[in-house]
Design a protein around this ligand. Sequence first.
Ligand code: NAD
Length: 528
Amino acid sequence: MTENKSLGTVSSKAGSMFINGAWAPAAAGDTREIACPADGQVVATVSEGTAEDSERAIAAARASFDSGVWSSVPAPQRGDFLLKVASRLRERKEEFARAESADTGKRIFESRLDMDDIAACFEYFGRLSGQQAGRIVDASDNNVLSRIVYEPVGVCSMITPWNYPLLQAAWKIAPALAAGCSFILKPAELTPSTAILMLDVLDELGLPAGVGNLVTGAGAAVGPPLSSHPDVDMVSFTGGLVTGRGIAASAAGTVKKVALELGGKNPNVIFADADFDAAVDNALNGAFVHSGQVCSAGARLVVEESIAEDFVNELVRRANGIRLGGPYDEQAETGPLISAAHLEKVDAYVRKGREEGARIRCGGRPATAAEVGATRGAATPNDPQGPKAVGHYYLPTVIDQVTAGMSVLVDEAFGPTITVETFRTEEEAVAIGNDTIYGLAGAVWTQDAGKAQRMASRLRHGTIWINDFHPYLPQAEWGGFGQSGVGRELGPTGLGEYQEAKHVYQNLDPQVTGWFADHQARPTQEEN
Ligand code: NAD
């Protein structure tokens, strides 16, 4: 943890806002210190904006969009620009990964993977740009030329969370730039560093002034104009359900296009015929990667009754051994939660479950200092020894003896917790898997291909994994059913979110239609 976590060149800029092609401090002059969740060390000081800063950024984005400086660049050239961004990201990967780990506390290994995924996202949309030129419509009339063109939506606000800070931003920036939009990015206030580096790259590669803008600061302060301002055409939000509902309501006043990527309460369904070891291992990954701070985390284990006891015993044994540690602990398997406030939220979720009668099989409390960076044994819920860790570490937690309607089954914990439910029939497994207001992702484990496909058809979630958990592809749509959101990111649909379809209809042989009869004789020249 003594390695360099500073942001180098970007932290020394005049301010962390990037508006109309220039770095700027917040209009009110405020700043915020960013602390690494692994150890509390301050890693950056950034500008803390207000609505005034957002309004300046919106004005810059509007002017750039209306000027056509980016939207009129041919789509293949916009694609070439994205490919250059990808290649620059690969060159600066280590700097970006370190900044991401500094802000989030996640292992540097994971941040490096994230940076590879981000470059791949820019490559995907770079290649897709220009291939979506539109289409000719068969109007069943040889005298008609009817075509659909895809035009940029316009000015897009992008509001992103802290769990995968740059990845979530990249899923918006890449398709928006491919489509020809201008944007204002507002990263989560706790994790702005890689967004700052990203705008640095876009600037370095010559994105015209005003096309990409960045405002940093708390959501409640900088956020409102981003969803309500009449000069914004679209707001794309990734974050919590309650915030998302507020953004949708705020955007409704000017009937903006709204894209929402919200939370999940994702079932991981294990049939008795599944490969036991692979299913246990992936259940751990599903629930505890990044300490469960993953929207698609497999937080609900739904396991066939006949194997439930063995399966959960093994899950608990393995969860107890997960090694916690900071970004540069090479043996760490997962890291801290993002903040003290979030740790308290996760702990409150577990406490409430306990009060409602659920049983905590392991974990169930913040880690002690001695439990971080060390190999752990079979910790029990009530044996904290020594002081709490300095970082915001929470023990991987397995919760069973749950019943329908309990808050642990309903609420998203967004932490390292997994609940256990059991089923006897396929029908029951479907009912449990769909018993949520969310619908982001789910998994099915079975060696019966027919059962796997039937389950995939019947589970109402945006992504279904069969015999796997967590992989995603930039070329495959991502998003939620139900209250997990509106719209899709990635894939061709992810580009379509940033486009408006326009129908251009040309009559090549105009004729008098005769629809309205000419009831009066046309006046003569003299009468006129
Ligand atoms: P959050 O809703 O608290 O914050 C998300 C963003 O919204 C932040 O940038 C925040 O500053 C901003 N914000 C807050 N109030 C605002 C307001 N009034 N106006 C405008 N912006 C405002 O969420 P979080 O805690 O950062 O992220 C965790 C949530 O994100 C979880 O629920 C998780 O499931 C979800 N998530 C979903 C996906 C997905 O792909 N569906 C991906 C990642 C995270």
